[in-house]
Write a protein that binds this ligand. Structure first.
Ligand code: FMN
Length: 328
């Protein structure tokens, strides 16, 4: 058991925010596998302030979703504070506010948002302090270890965040210049949690149960964040969650299980978004459920290329079951 401010958290798996992926449908689907904490995808503070319609769709939450963090990004203290006031006035049902100090994408860092804050630690301190003051819910932060390999400053940033009053910090063990490539730098963050006052969630290259065990062993973090590793492979969350509860190692998902997960996810996406836009979204995400299994090339191409309806999904799943599973 650990906590984010006054929220008690059971379980060691945090579902990483992923723009374009961690929609409410995805979070609800993943929750059943043992996710302890989720985040929305990152939400632009100015998008909220200037009433961008799309931005408001990211605020959708369900009963099952909790505890869930609303992740904001923005480049100025004033707009971050205004956005927090706005979501409070709207009566949004998030459980904590997370501020994104990790996004490495130039279109975000160019505006002073995301990980570009790591180069302005004093300003970051002031901004977070102001957000904490105005927020009625706990405030957390997600950072990277530094801008590049010659400016690694996560300890300085962590101290600033703790002083500003955050309730938890998630560290993605890469620099901004690594974007998502190279390996996460666990070599630099040994025993990190023992040097911190607030709970630590550790992120970076969690693709297997053993990756999660190792990340917690190295850093002594309270929990691991699963991001790309769970994309199409939701059972990874169950494997990590179960291991830390009972010591049991669940087997990897079979292709049969994957097809069931894929169908369930597709159906819930359709329920939330309507068939047309759900199936379009599923074209990108659905193929991940088939990754790692032989003989999937044709089906992946069909799924990402021509799938239009839920009936197409059912047909592809049936064809896989008939050809691949029966010839095993
Ligand atoms: C497609 C994609 C979108 C992401 N979007 C966000 C985001 O909106 N906010 C955020 O804090 N991190 C975001 N991340 C970073 C992940 O949450 C995570 O920290 C990172 O992928 C490292 O974990 P991994 O190596 O296990 O995937 C994103 C990552 C990917 C791959």
């Amino acid at each position: 058991m650990w906590n984010i401010g006054n929220i008690s958290i059971e379980g060691k798996v945090v579902l990483g925010p992923m723009a374009g992926i961690t929609t409410l449908a995805y979070r609800d689907f993943m929750k059943d596998f043992g996710v302890a904490v989720s985040y929305t995808e990152m939400v632009s503070d100015c998008g909220l302030i200037y009433k961008n319609e799309m931005t408001y769709t990211y605020l959708a939450m369900s009963e099952k979703d909790h505890p869930v963090g609303l992740q904001l990004f923005g480049g100025k203290k004033e707009t971050l504070v205004k956005a927090v006031q706005l979501v409070q006035d709207l009566g949004c049902t998030y459980d904590f506010i997370d501020i994104n100090f990790g996004c490495p994408m130039p279109k975000v860092t160019r505006t002073g948002a995301g990980s570009s804050w790591l180069r302005r630690v004093d300003e970051l301190h002031q901004a977070v302090k102001a957000v904490v003051e105005v927020s009625s819910k706990p405030v957390t932060a997600k950072i990277r270890i530094g801008w590049d390999s010659s400016s690694i400053n996560f300890m300085e940033v962590i101290h600033a965040l703790e002083d500003a009053g955050v309730a938890m910090i998630c560290v993605h063990a890469r620099t901004t210049s690594q974007i998502y490539s190279g390996t996460a730098r666990y070599d630099l963050i040994g025993d990190l949690r023992t040097k911190m006052k607030v709970p630590l969630v550790i992120s970076g290259d969690i693709f297997t149960l053993d990756d999660a065990i190792k990340a917690i062993e190295i850093t002594k973090a309270d929990a691991v964040m699963v991001a790309r590793g769970s994309l199409g492979h939701p059972k990874l969350v169950s494997q990590i969650d179960t291991y830390f509860r009972t010591g049991e190692r669940l087997t990897n998902a079979t292709l049969e299980e994957q097809l069931t997960y894929l169908t369930t996810f597709g159906e819930s996406l359709v329920k939330l978004k309507g068939e047309k836009s759900a199936i379009r979204e599923l074209r990108g995400i659905g193929v991940h459920f088939l990754t790692g299994f032989p003989g999937m090339k044709r089906f992946k191409a069909e799924m990402s290329g021509t799938m239009e309806t839920l009936e197409d999904l059912y047909r592809i799943v049936r064809e896989i079951a008939e050809t691949v599973l029966t010839t095993k």
